[in-house]
Design a protein around this ligand. Structure first.
Ligand code: VGL
Ligand code: ZN
Length: 320
C-alpha cells in the first residue's frame, strides 16, 4: 500500500505515519478475493469508494447551539465549572463561514417548550422513579434524576433555557448566518431531551439531519459550538457511529465541565475521529490535508458495506 504515502499527507508535504497493522487491515478491505493483489475490479472499488473521498471529501459544517442562553443567558456556560466564555467562539466560527466553501452548513437550536422535562422548575410536574438518586426536594441544578416511565428516564436538570421564541433561544446576533444553510430545531418534545443533532436522548425519533447529509453525499462532518461536553459531544459521537468521517474543532467549542470535555476528546480520538483547530480546517475541506484516521475509518466502514455493492461493480466492469 505505497499509495497510502501519497494519500495521507498534508499540504506542507508532511507524510503521516500509518502503522503496518493498519495498512494491512486497509489492504484486506480492498483485496476482496484475498489473492494478495489489488486487481482491476478491486482497484475500481477502492478508487470510487475510498480514494475519491480522501482526495475530494464532501463536507458539512455543524454549528451547534450558539444561542444567547448558553453564552450570557440563563444557562451561561461562564457560570458552569469550566468557566468558559462562549463569546470567544463566534469570531473564529464566522471566519470559517466566510472563508471556507463547505458543501452544507447547519445551525442547530435547542428549542424547548415551556413545560420541558429538563427544566429544574418543572421537576414537580412529573413523578420520579423509585431508583432516582435524588428526590424532588433535594435535586439541584446540574444534578441527574430518574423520572418514572417505561422505560424510566435519566435526566440532567438545567435552569429553564432556550424556550421557543424567547431571546435566550435566538442564535447570537453576531453569528454569521449563511444563505442556503439549514436550521435544525431539537428538544421540542416536552417529555424527551435531545442533545445530539441526530436523534433524541431516548433514541426514539431521528431529526432530518442524517437524511439531508445522505441526500447530498456528505462524507465529512466538521463540528463546533456549545456546549462541548453536552450537545457537541453527543453529536460527534453520533456522527462517528453513523459512519461519517468526523472532525471536532477544539478551539471553536466551549463547555460545561473540564473532565467531561476531556472524555469527549478521548472518545473521539479512540474512534478514529480527528480533533483540530480552526486554522487547519481549510486544507482538510479542500482535500490537501488528508488524515490517516479518517481514511482508516472509511476503509473499516467499507468492510461492513454489503458486498453486493462490489459484486454489482464487478458485473459492470466485466461486461464492458
Ligand atoms: C445543551 C444543556 C441543556 C447544549 C442543551 O446545547 O449543549 N446543554 N440543553
Ligand atoms: Zn436544552
Amino acid at each position: 500500500m505505497l499509495i497510502c504515502r501519497a494519500l495521507f499527507r498534508n499540504d506542507k508535504g508532511h507524510i503521516y505515519v500509518v502503522s503496518d497493522e493498519k495498512l494491512e487491515q486497509i489492504f484486506e478491505v480492498f483485496d476482496k478475493n484475498e489473492d494478495g493483489y489489488i486487481d482491476r475490479d478491486e482497484f475500481h472499488f477502492c478508487w470510487n469508494h475510498w480514494i475519491k473521498t480522501i482526495v475530494r471529501p464532501i463536507s458539512a459544517f455543524l454549528v451547534v447551539d450558539v444561542q444567547n442562553d448558553f453564552i450570557s443567558g440563563s444557562l451561561s456556560i461562564s457560570n458552569c465549572s469550566a468557566q468558559h466564555n462562549g463569546n470567544e467562539i463566534i469570531e473564529p466560527i464566522n471566519q470559517l463561514l466566510d472563508s471556507i466553501d463547505f458543501d452544507m452548513v447547519f445551525y442547530s437550536l435547542d428549542w424547548h417548550p415551556s413545560d420541558h422535562i429538563s427544566f429544574i422548575d418543572n421537576i414537580k410536574t412529573r413523578p420520579l422513579h423509585e431508583s432516582s438518586p435524588l428526590d424532588a426536594e433535594s435535586a439541584k441544578v446540574f444534578d441527574t434524576v430518574i423520572f418514572d416511565g417505561t422505560p424510566p428516564i435519566r435526566q440532567r436538570l438545567w435552569p429553564r433555557h432556550c424556550v421557543q421564541d424567547s431571546w435566550g433561544a435566538e442564535l447570537h446576533k453576531d453569528l454569521k448566518i449563511l444563505d442556503n444553510s439549514v436550521k435544525l430545531y431539537k428538544g421540542t418534545n416536552p417529555e424527551i431531551d435531545s442533545y445530539s443533532l441526530f436523534h433524541d436522548n431516548q433514541n426514539i425519533s431521528e431529526t432530518t439531519l442524517n437524511a439531508q447529509l445522505r441526500a447530498k453525499g456528505i462524507t465529512d462532518i466538521f463540528v463546533c459550538g456549545l456546549a462541548y461536553d453536552i450537545c457537541v459531544g453527543a453529536t460527534v459521537v453520533d456522527a462517528i457511529s453513523s459512519g461519517y468521517r468526523t472532525i471536532l474543532l477544539d478551539d471553536c467549542c466551549r463547555g460545561v465541565d473540564l473532565k467531561d470535555i476531556e472524555s469527549v476528546k478521548e472518545t473521539v480520538l479512540s474512534t478514529n475521529g480527528v480533533i483540530i483547530n480552526a486554522k487547519q480546517v481549510k486544507a482538510m475541506v479542500e482535500g490537501r490535508d488528508r488524515r490517516p484516521e479518517l481514511g482508516y475509518k472509511l476503509a473499516m466502514e467499507l468492510k461492513n458495506v454489503n458486498s453486493a455493492l462490489y459484486q454489482r461493480i464487478k458485473g459492470r466492469t466485466t461486461n464492458l
